[in-house]
Design a binder for this molecule. Structure first.
Ligand code: NDP
Length: 403
């Protein structure tokens, strides 16, 4: 029986825990711990009502190593699934090393005082995990996560090499709020206000945030404007698909979102430098995050679909010259809510987190050290996407993207 301990009790965690409970043959025993135990209990209640499975809940601050070690020794999990925030990644990896526990997450480490995320901090743990015979799997959400698995599946089954890669992330959902982010507001706003960066001819090209816009017709959603952004899987893809000539990441935003964000930025509300307010320090972005709608409350009102996928161009495996393929998933917000009580952004992240955990617990994916998802066989993961609520489709396009 495989025991798993999930850390964090937000929207992504809620979906992952529901889906784990729906697969009891893989997840024999589930424990859930977070900073606020009441949130764990609410998830446990919903899981019991929907699946009949009971999960244990605990309160823990993942940044406190002794408390984490005590909890892990009590629960004795084989694997820790980190669905808290990127700030906690290193602390949770330390706890895994101290207790001999495997590790998985969905977002790479980000220091609190610098809006910067990169893999170097977590890659630096490779030797320590290898020496202990442990596996850490980084970035098992949708993007990062599925988008990299999509690229590796295309490279295994359709293309000998990938020359051009575009990742297109479209959320066509409408939550009915004037302004809200669909995952953790602080992390989301740090990500979209950072300069855009893409990979071209062996180097990073930086452009101002939200400066490059491209209209695109998304199946299941319709026409949307997408914006060039930096996203963390570009770093691992550039490393593990070394032949890439160009790799870009695009995300759709509505005009209302951009207008609100521009105003918030202009008045300093997205800053991460502390300011003094009534005798105490506050971080403007953290305050903003506290007043924005909580992503896990958006599910009940969100309608529409997401469409996230990869367009890859390269030399065909069958020797027929250069080919372009589009591999994508369409997810419906209302279906996701009906199944798990959460909207599609949490769903499209929580399901791949559960699948990555299933890969590790069943031994379909194994290794000693720190791994990115690109280093694993895409086939068993792709098969589970189809059976666990995120079916994908692939089609050939007439040629490379025109933009
Ligand atoms: P939420 O903010 O909804 O949830 C985060 C949870 O972590 C909360 O329950 C929070 O507790 C808990 N937490 C925060 N700090 C600590 C701590 N020190 N100790 C213990 N628990 C803590 O986030 P989401 O569910 O939206 O996102 C979860 C993760 O998924 C994030 O890392 C995010 O970046 C990632 N993500 C990845 C995506 C992908 O496709 N790869 C897409 C979307 C998100 P409390 O309730 O007390 O605040």
């Amino acid at each position: 029986m495989s025991k798993v301990l999930v850390i964090g009790a937000g929207g992504v965690s809620s979906v992952a825990v529901h889906k784990m409970a729906m697969n009891p043959q893989i997840f024999g025993h589930i424990s859930l711990a977070s900073r606020t135990k009441a949130k764990c209990d609410a998830i446990a209640e919903s899981v019991l009502a929907r699946t009949g499975q009971t999960i244990d809940t605990y309160e823990v601050d993942a940044e406190e190593l002794p408390a984490m070690i005590k909890l892990i020794e009590r629960v004795q999990p084989k694997l820790i699934v980190n669905l808290a925030l990127p700030y906690q990644d290193l602390a949770i990896m330390d706890a895994c090393l101290a207790t001999g526990t495997h590790y998985l997450d969905t977002a790479n480490y980000e220091p609190k005082d610098e809006a910067k995320f990169e893999y170097k901090w977590q890659w630096a743990y490779h030797d320590r995990f290898r020496e202990k015979g442990l596996m850490a799997l980084l970035g098992s959400g949708f993007d990062p996560g599925v988008t990299s698995v999509f690229a590796m599946w295309l490279k295994k089954h359709k293309l000998k090499t990938i020359r051009l890669l575009d990742i297109l992330d479209c959320n066509g959902g409408d939550h009915g709020q004037a302004f809200a982010t669909n995952f953790n507001p602080e992390i989301n706003i740090r990500e979209v206000t950072a300069p855009a960066r893409h990979w071209a001819n062996g180097e990073w090209v930086e452009t101002p945030a939200m400066a490059i816009r491209q209209p695109f017709e998304f199946e299941g959603v319709g026409p949307k404007n997408m914006y060039l952004m930096y996203h963390e899987e570009l770093e691992s893809l550039a490393r593990f698909v070394p032949e890439l000539e160009r790799a870009r990441f695009w995300m759709t935003f509505g005009d209302a979102y951009i207008q609100h964000l521009t105003v918030l930025q202009n008045v300093g509300m997205t800053g991460i430098e502390p300011v003094m307010y009534q005798g105490r320090e506050i971080v403007p972005l953290q305050f903003l995050s506290a007043v924005l709608p909580k992503p896990e409350t958006l599910g009940a009102t969100t309608k529409g679909k997401t469409n996230i996928g990869d367009i890859a161009t390269g030399e065909a495996l069958d020797g027929s010259g250069e080919k372009t393929f589009y591999l994508y998933n369409i997810c419906d917000h209302e279906d996701a809510y009906a199944e798990t009580g959460n909207q599609a952004i949490s769903y499209t992240t929580g399901v791949p987190a559960m699948i990555g955990a299933a890969m590790m617990l069943t031994g379909a994916w194994a290794g000693e050290g720190v791994f990115n998802i690109e280093q694993m066989d895409p086939d068993p993961f792709m098969a589970m996407l189809n059976t666990q609520g995120l079916p994908w489709q692939v089609k050939e396009l007439p040629g490379p993207v025109a933009f």
